[in-house]
Design a protein around this ligand. Structure first.
Ligand code: PLP
Length: 398
């Protein structure tokens, strides 16, 4: 083995990254090691719901760090009890299991469904998931995902996931058999390019799963915690799922995730589920500080207003530059470009000091802090307008 020489060489090269090192963040802004400032509409991948380095999270972490870090998952600790109670009070669920990442929370949801099938459905274990869906990068969650690029990887996959089509109830019905125990979906497919399940589809899916005795699992890792304008997306459709997973925004920037379930689905027995750092007081203290902010009605109202403003500004850009639709809800939006120019726009935006995500060749995704200001949205739109004008001019010449 040769020892790494360049500072980047010691990290496994798992994705293309710009050669900048990011050193500081505040609200919607991020600074690199050259002192350059960036307006951030990626926010750690829809993670920093209160923006970068929110003081409430810093304070909660500092106070908890001095008090207690890890008593052991075999003992109760106060922050995890308080956060579980608050999540249960704000949702339709009865119990919570904390995890360290979204994928781990989804693994827990898959295990819980399989356990439910073993106990109550004659060993039924199949879970219907959706084409285009994304549930994480562990073996089981990659298998549950309907992302095409995952299909050839890390064979053999974990069996037991059948893929239906989003917003197509008949495609779900066709896959139900005696082995089916649950249906699992993202209310808005985020990584696929922000493709929403319609509210009527969510209601039909709830009715169907209820009628057939199946569990309904919503992966709200991206859509939860106020991202779409309600604390949890399922509330838009006025349904009560059986299981929900949270991640990303729940920690406001720290690694925290959760698996929530209604009472009849809470069937883990001792030894079935656990994890060394799960429910540790440090992360749960941060989660509690985040939830107190985000669940406040006036906070959600301002996030809704910011989302509507961003949506209308993007629609204006679309009309002006002849682009496609604006999809999504709240502050999880995509602009359809109709052409494979998303990566190029994101690269030009980076040069102009704006961080944007291109989840698909022809779509840009916007996932700013939930407390993003109108001025910051206007600044983003200005940069976007300049880039789109330049691209349009180049296309006319070509
Ligand atoms: C990000 C994401 C995950 C995976 O979460 P990690 O914390 O990266 O493991 C799962 N499901 C959805 C919908 C996500 O957006």
């Amino acid at each position: 083995m040769t020892n790494a020489t360049h500072p980047f060489d010691a990290l496994m090269d798992i994705t293309a990254r710009p050669p900048n090192v990011f050193v500081r963040g505040e609200g919607s802004w991020l600074w690199d090691d050259h002192g350059r400032r960036y307006l951030d509409f990626v926010q750690g991948w829809a993670v920093n719901c209160l923006g970068h380095a929110p003081p409430v999270v810093a304070d909660a972490l500092a106070a908890q760090a001095k008090r207690l870090l890890s008593p052991s998952p075999a003992f109760y600790n106060a922050p995890s009890l308080a956060l579980a109670k608050a999540l249960v009070e704000h949702s339709c669920f009865d119990q919570v299991f904390f995890a360290n990442s979204g994928a781990e929370a989804n693994e827990g949801a898959i295990k819980l469904a399989r356990k439910y099938g073993a106990l109550h459905r004659n060993g039924a274990h199949e879970i219907i998931t959706f084409e285009g869906g994304f549930h994480g990068r562990t073996l089981a969650t990659m298998s549950a995902s309907g992302k095409k690029a995952f299909a050839p990887l890390f064979e053999p996959k974990v069996p037991g996931f059948r893929k239906a089509l989003l917003n197509d109830l008949a495609s779900v019905e066709r896959l139900i058999n005696g082995n089916t125990v649950a249906v699992m979906l993202e209310p808005i497919q985020g990584e696929a390019g922000v493709w929403p399940a319609s509210d009527p589809f969510l209601r039909e899916l709830r009715a169907l799963t209820r009628a057939r005795g199946l569990l309904l699992i919503v992966d709200e890792i991206q859509t939860g915690m106020g991202r779409t304008g309600k604390l949890f997306h399922y509330q838009h459709a006025d349904i009560e799922p059986d299981i929900m997973t949270l991640g990303k925004g729940i920690g406001g920037g720290v690694p925290l995730a959760a698996l929530l379930a209604v009472e009849r689905a809470c069937c883990f027995e001792h030894g079935d589920q656990g994890g060394t750092f799960n429910g540790n007081p440090l992360m749960c203290a941060a989660g509690l500080a985040v939830l107190e902010q985000v669940a406040a009605p006036e906070f959600l109202k301002s996030a809704v207003d910011a989302g509507l403003f961003l949506e209308s500004e993007l629609q204006r850009q679309s009309a002006r530059h002849g682009l496609g639709e604006v999809r999504g809800r709240g502050l999880l939006l995509a602009l359809d470009l109709k052409l494979p120019i998303a990566a190029s726009i994101a690269a030009q935006a980076f040069e102009a000091g704006v961080l944007l995500n291109a989840p698909q060749p022809d779509a840009l995704r916007f996932m700013p802090a939930l407390n993003v200001t109108r001025d910051e949205i206007a600044a983003l739109v200005d940069v976007l307008d300049t880039i789109l004008t330049k691209i349009g001019a180049a296309r006319c010449v070509a």
